[in-house]
Design a protein around this ligand. Structure first.
Ligand code: DSN
Length: 443
């Protein structure tokens, strides 16, 4: 229905119906998205249904609450606000300023940080801004090797961080699958990097931020902690915090933290100006105010007692899932997990990660194939599978459900081409998801 038809209709009916009845009539009308772009509307509905009816085990994904989604899809998307609160280049900031200040204050309260910048568009721009604040092209940076679980932006060769800086890397031990701080110290003292990164994107074990801080001090490096994956665990007290130990802490806001897609940087007061200048005007233009508001909502949620319970349950669930997978003969990098993430090396199962990931998807279990440390296979066809428990924990699932999931994974790994089996499991998965409705997406 177009706007003119809508106006004509309301003009006709308005004199005849009371406001309650009008509300019912309008509620039955197609939403403006459906009316304007039925194709996109349908695709969003299908994606929403997919999220509601499959088990989402990708460790970097989650379900944001309806409140976070509402803020994300608000009129704030219409506003330009280059600058920081109280110092903008555009008028009309009386509400945006309050929103950004609230987001900052809540970030500082949740993480105990002296300074927070909530404007980075996501994790990679946050990391780039951190470099911009302190480094010059050609400086030496040191981070975890990508196949060992590091992130592209920690100096990997195909990323801008590997092209603009001289990058050196530390690896996890071949047998242990864990970062060896003695090796980190030795490399750092030899290489004397300007920046030492702690954290990564496929790290199943606790990051020893205090140990990294000592090494950074010894070799004269700045310590950057990337807590994108674990920021929700840190906020909920389920992982030690790098705040107060690292010079800069960067994170995305949509993983375990369960906010909108975005980024954030925390630092001491001493580094506040450098960080703020690097984000704007150094790297970005106007902040995404709808995201800032949604982040403020997510941080408010993270301040509740229930979030602590959630964060600890993520870890309990990951441990339960890992234990059952081990019982089924899956090999886990580092032998298990301390956090939300499990990295499975499928070599002993004779299955490449991609093959199992696709078979699992057809059984309603969504994972991502991933390199394992020292992987002889290519990153796009690797030996591993990366899974995690943030989303299923948001749905309210606990240890018994993790056992069920591991059992299904084993059945699929044993019969990766059995379409009938996959269909049957997909049905059971749908029933499980109905019993544990996901916030924001389940009808
Ligand atoms: N792509 C993110 C993840 O899945 O971990 C990291 O950038």
């Amino acid at each position: 229905m177009c706007w003119d038809e809508y106006r004509w209709l309301t003009n006709q009916i308005l004199p005849w119906v009371d406001s309650a009845a009008l509300f019912v009539i309008l509620g039955a009308m197609p939403s403006s998205l459906e009316a304007t772009d039925p194709t996109i509307s349908r695709l969003i509905a299908q994606e929403t249904e997919r999220q509601a009816s499959k088990l989402r085990l990708i460790p970097s994904e989650n379900f944001a609450s309806s409140a976070v989604l509402a803020a994300t899809g608000s009129a704030l998307t219409n506003k330009y606000s280059e600058g920081y609160y109280g110092r903008r280049y555009y008028e009309g900031q009386e509400f945006i300023d309050q929103i950004e200040e609230l987001a900052i204050e809540r970030a500082k309260a949740v993480f105990g940080s002296a300074h927070a910048n909530v404007q980075p568009y996501s994790g990679s721009p946050a990391n780039l801004a951190a470099y911009l604040a302190f480094c010059k092209p050609g400086d030496k940076v040191m981070g975890l090797h990508l196949p060992s679980g590091g992130h592209l932006t920690h100096g990997w060769k195909v990323s801008i961080s590997g092209k603009f800086f001289e990058a050196v890397h530390y690896k996890v031990g071949k047998e242990s699958g864990r970062v060896d701080l003695d090796e980190v110290r030795e490399t750092a003292l030899r290489e004397r990097p300007k920046v030492l990164w702690a954290g990564g994107t496929a790290v199943p074990r606790t990051v020893d931020f205090a140990g990294f801080a000592e090494i950074a001090k010894e070799c004269g490096a700045l310590l950057f902690a990337d807590i994108a994956h674990i920021s929700g665990l840190v906020a909920g007290g389920a992982h030690p915090s790098p705040v107060g130990l690292a010079d800069v802490v960067t994170t995305t806001t949509h993983k375990t933290l369960r906010g909108p897609r975005g980024g954030m940087i925390m630092a001491s007061e001493e580094h506040a100006k450098a960080i703020d200048r690097a984000v704007f005007p150094g790297l970005q233009g106007g902040p995404h105010n709808h995201t800032t508001a949604a982040l403020a909502v997510a941080l408010h949620e993270a301040q509740q007692e229930s979030f602590k319970t959630y964060a600890h349950q993520i870890v309990r669930n990951a441990k339960a899932l890992a234990t059952r997978l081990l019982e089924h003969g899956f090999e886990l990098v580092s032998g298990g997990t301390d956090n939300h993430l499990i990295l499975i090396d499928l070599t002993n199962k004779g299955l490449p990660g991609k093959v199992l990931a696709k078979a699992l998807d057809s059984a309603g279990i969504v994972t991502n194939y991933n390199s394992v440390p020292y992987d002889p296979r290519k990153p796009f066809d690797p030996s591993g599978l990366r899974i995690g428990t943030p989303a299923v924990t948001t749905q309210g699932m606990c240890e018994p459900e993790m056992v069920k999931i591991a059992d299904w994974m084993q059945q699929v790994a044993d019969a990766p081409s059995d379409d009938g089996l996959h269909e049957r499991i997909a049905g059971d998965v749908r029933d499980l998801c109905k019993a544990f409705p996901a916030p924001g997406v389940s009808g």
